[in-house]
Design a protein around this ligand. Structure first.
Ligand code: CA
Length: 222
């Protein structure tokens, strides 16, 4: 899971990035509307947190631009306490949810998890695949009813596979949603992570689809 944070207040941007990384999300931060708009147009994110008052280009214009390009990622907008007209403009531009400043960073995490779950088409909070269960509210996995311990990279790969279980996830899509923008990515690193996940959850659960990517499956062998 990779999140884009567009916020010009450095203290707030850092707090958001820290809170999201503590929950194992990959985070890219942009400090103005030009950078943020560009990142959202060219990179793959599972969701964005978008401040509306930004230098360079305001948040409503950034969001409208993404929607016009067909970018359908869930977007949580941040508005000022008395910003009713901002809120309306944000929703008209295609926002999915909003938070009024000041807010708790853990509420941002909760709301993003719900937005990502709904965008993936899951109505229920608990998503299962064979013996594996994912609690989309807590962000935690269980295998055969026992907590599954995962590193941040393993968690990012497994959440992608789990939310789109039984579908083939393209390798490039996986790589882009697992690493932060400035990460040094080894060409076979996703294979390494998948190998570690197979040892934890059972090799048969993650199928390699040659030339495409991976598929999480409850399959007959699982
Ligand atoms: Ca601002």
């Amino acid at each position: 899971m990779r999140i884009l944070v567009v916020e010009d207040d450095a203290t707030l941007a850092d707090a958001l990035a820290r809170a999201l990384r503590a929950e194992r999300f990959a985070v890219d931060v942009a400090r103005d509307g030009i950078d943020g708009g560009h990142l959202g147009s060219t990179e793959r994110y599972d969701a964005a947190v978008l401040d509306l008052g930004l230098p360079g280009r305001d948040g409503v214009s950034v969001l409208r631009g993404w929607r016009e390009e067909g970018r359908d990622l869930p977007v949580l907008i941040l508005t000022a306490r008395d910003g009713w007209s901002d809120k309306v403009a944000g929703f008209k531009a295609g926002a999915d949810d909003y938070l009024t400043k000041p807010f708790r960073t853990d509420e941002v995490v909760l709301r993003l998890r719900a937005l990502i779950r709904r965008a993936a088409g899951h109505a229920a909070a608990r998503v299962t695949c064979g013996a594996l269960a994912y609690d989309t509210q807590l962000g935690s996995f269980e295998l055969d009813g026992l907590p599954l311990r995962l590193t941040a990279l393993e968690w990012r790969v497994l959440t992608q596979l789990m939310l789109r279980r039984e579908a083939v996830i393209e390798r490039l899509d996986l790589i882009e949603r697992v690493y932060e923008g400035d990460a040094d990515v080894d060409s076979n690193s996703v294979e390494v992570i998948v190998g570690r996940l197979r040892r934890k959850i059972g090799a048969a659960m993650i199928e390699t689809v040659r030339g495409h990517g991976y598929r999480l499956t409850a399959g007959s062998a699982a």
